[in-house]
Design a protein around this ligand. Structure first.
Ligand SMILES: [Zn+2]
Length: 379
């Protein structure tokens, strides 16, 4: 992710959302349990757990282990390792950047290492339940696929029932979509940081120009179809053209760790030829601390959302920022202060020149604010 979302984004809507959703979910739960009480699902899922699924964390949940295990299990089952945007790209990236991850120099053995890493990352008691005896599924691409199909089959019926219990139509019926989206106060798509996704009113009814992305697609993770923490407000392009229901290995975006400096734009537009337009400025995505597989895998995010290609378009914008940087001179500031007969703080001065402020809220309210941050404020 180029920016990440704070855990309190749902603070305002949480209680109200729960009050609207819990009743139909409970009713549905009871109806499904009455139909098939022996289904393995009901060994795991008790009525008192429903609340935690709806408004609890879905990543690294400390209250109820099942949530994390389910997430990992479905990730492993549906991980698109055939996709060029996934393992292939990561592998290429690791190679190009000389990231010392593999003990082997043989390409085939490196793939085995990669699959072994993925398996151990997502392995848990649910996976063990599904696979039974210990077989090594990482030796070939085909055996990895076999393993994935085993898990899918084992949880097929359970997922069918979950789909009925956590029915996304409950949100539509209660008219909650717009309310969830506007309560997050995120006005710019957090995936691309380019498109406005604000709310507005038509005849006193709330509308939003955003999509409600299920970070873990509801078709593959039906347990999370109504989970508040699975909802990412996003633009139509990121949600329905690029991401859709793909399951790739990249960082879950809602956490309180500041990733601002971890993934950043590196802009080169310093020489005269670039500034006057004889040569194109360059915009690259860079990452700090690429020390393990996870870091390398977050490359998937950049590939999935086509960040580097899409940002090619903003070279002109970057050039403008760089030209304006020439105004960051004390003489010019003094001159401006003497004409306007006021004192100008440095933050207002920056705002005056670039049209952006340097604070975290800006990231969710102004398009391209991350690019500005990395180009101007953090260069
Ligand atoms: Zn977007």
């Amino acid at each position: 992710m180029i920016i990440n979302l704070n855990e309190n984004i749902f603070f305002e809507i949480k209680e109200y959302y729960l009050s609207q959703i819990i009743t139909p979910v409970k009713e549905q739960y009871k109806a499904e349990r009455a139909k098939d009480p022996k289904n393995i699902l009901f060994d795991y899922l008790k009525e008192e757990n429903l609340k935690e699924i709806i408004v609890g964390k879905i990543y690294d949940n400390k209250v109820w282990k099942f949530i994390d295990n389910y997430r990992k299990t479905m990730c492993l089952a549906y991980l698109d390792i055939n996709n060029n945007g996934h393992v292939q790209t990561t592998w290429k990236y690791i190679k190009e950047n000389n990231i010392p991850l593999f003990s082997s120099t043989q390409k085939n053995e490196q793939y085995i290492e990669l699959r072994r890493y993925l398996f151990s990352k997502y392995n848990n008691t649910l996976v063990q339940d599904a696979l039974g005896q210990n077989i090594d599924y990482t030796n070939s691409f085909n055996s990895f696929k076999v393993m994935q199909n085993h898990i899918k089959d084992y949880f097929y019926e359970m997922n069918q029932i979950l789909e009925k219990i956590f029915d996304y139509n409950f949100i539509k019926k209660a008219g909650l979509r717009s309310e969830i989206l506007s309560s997050t106060k995120i006005n710019i798509c957090p995936y691309c940081n380019r498109q406005f996704i604000n709310s507005y009113e038509v005849k006193e009814s709330l509308r939003v120009s955003a999509h409600l992305d299920h970070f873990y697609p509801k078709s593959k993770f039906p347990l999370f179809a109504l989970s508040l923490y699975n909802f990412i407000p996003s633009c139509a392009h990121c949600n329905s053209i690029l991401k859709r229901d793909k399951v790739l290995d990249f960082v879950y975006p809602i956490n309180n760790k500041n990733n601002m400096e971890k993934v950043f734009f590196e802009v080169s537009c310093n020489n005269y030829r670039q500034l006057v337009g004889l040569e194109e400025p360059q915009i690259k995505i860079k990452k700090n601390n690429i020390t393990n597989f996870d870091e390398a895998f977050s490359r998937n995010f950049i590939e999935l959302f086509r960040i580097e290609s899409i940002y090619e378009f903003h070279k002109d914008f970057v050039k403008n920022l760089k030209l304006k940087e020439n105004m960051l001179e004390d003489n010019y500031k003094d001159w401006l202060e003497s004409i306007l007969k006021i004192n100008i703080s440095y933050s207002s001065y920056y705002y005056l020149i670039f049209g952006y402020e340097y604070n975290e809220e800006e990231l969710f309210n102004r398009p391209l604010s991350k690019l500005v941050h990395d180009t101007v404020f953090n260069a």
